[in-house]
Design a protein around this ligand. Sequence first.
Ligand code: DP6
Length: 374
Amino acid sequence: MIEQDFIPRSIDTSKLTKGSFTWKTPSNIALVKYWGKREPQIPENTSISFTLDACHTITTLSFSKNVILSAPDSYRDEKSHPVFDIYFEGKKKDDFKPKIATFFKRIEKYCPYLKDFDFKIESENSFPHSSGIASSASGMSALALCVMSLEKELNSEISDEYFYKKASFLARLGSGSACRSVKGEVVVWGEHQEIKDSSNLYGVEFTDEVHSNFKNYQDTILLVDKGEKQVSSTLGHDLMIGHPFAENRFQQAEENISKMKSILKSGDLKAFVNLVESEALTLHAMMMTSNPYFILMKPNTLKIIHKIWEYREIINSNVCFTLDAGANVHLLFPTSEKETIAKFVDIELKQFCQNNQYIEDGVGRGAVLMKNEK
Ligand code: DP6
């Protein structure tokens, strides 16, 4: 599908006055990382992720027909986005407004019906606030799905396929990685010749064969640093503009997608460990070799990494780590190692986490509609 396919012809909003939708959407963890983008939110390379289960956002979008329908168009232009209030975990959060306003502005062309309504957005995360876990993926995908539920209410003819593709397309405009938090256990974003139907505009479910070794894969998130992100993702992606290694990195990521595709098929866990860890360290290497430069790992991140390597050396384990743009460590392992890794975390690793805190998660299936009220 191309961008124009997401611009609806004409949508009649006259019959709908108010209602609300609630979506629960997951976070995701990239195996091959997205790092570098161009306008409008087009990734410089393809990425692939596992959808998580326990780490999620629940968002309710309540809407009511606005009272300025008869207002002159100039008023609307000034307003430039729908009127909305946002509440996070029960509290009004005006500081979240600019990000959401930008999102509404970006999607207005694809969702012209939004201007006929006023909104209340209520959101909560399953993971502790400021745990260092990026909430933009689950948060933006939840909002995008709520918007799509509204579109479906106004135009019942849209297919499920269109619904999810457009939800991912809209989520991408909120936050790139959010487009991988809509549907499917393994999701690819970015056009890649070996991934059928893949697109720069939205994430697609990875439909090639996945070996049973990867069923119910586990992700224990070790909360090393729960503080605010040191580098915002927008600044982070910008670091790739003019980066001396950028072109090689983008090329390498495309090759790693091909490698990951065959690893997922063969079930080769050793190769998986090698590729996933290499991707995580490459992401951080990009930050260390950009200008300005950043080290986002903390001493305890490194201690955990060395413990994992030591553990793998002694026990024939397939546990590995991956990192996002922060200090927290995602511990990935097959479900067959669930009990032994739980002990390993308890005895050896949790001491390196802030307040000994970690989250046990695993691969999930994607977003769920929880409520639809009119
Ligand atoms: C390191 O999706 O947060 O987690 O598009 O600017 O919102 P924006 O960036 P964002 O970047 C995530 C980068 C990453 C790697 C990944 O998830 O692929």
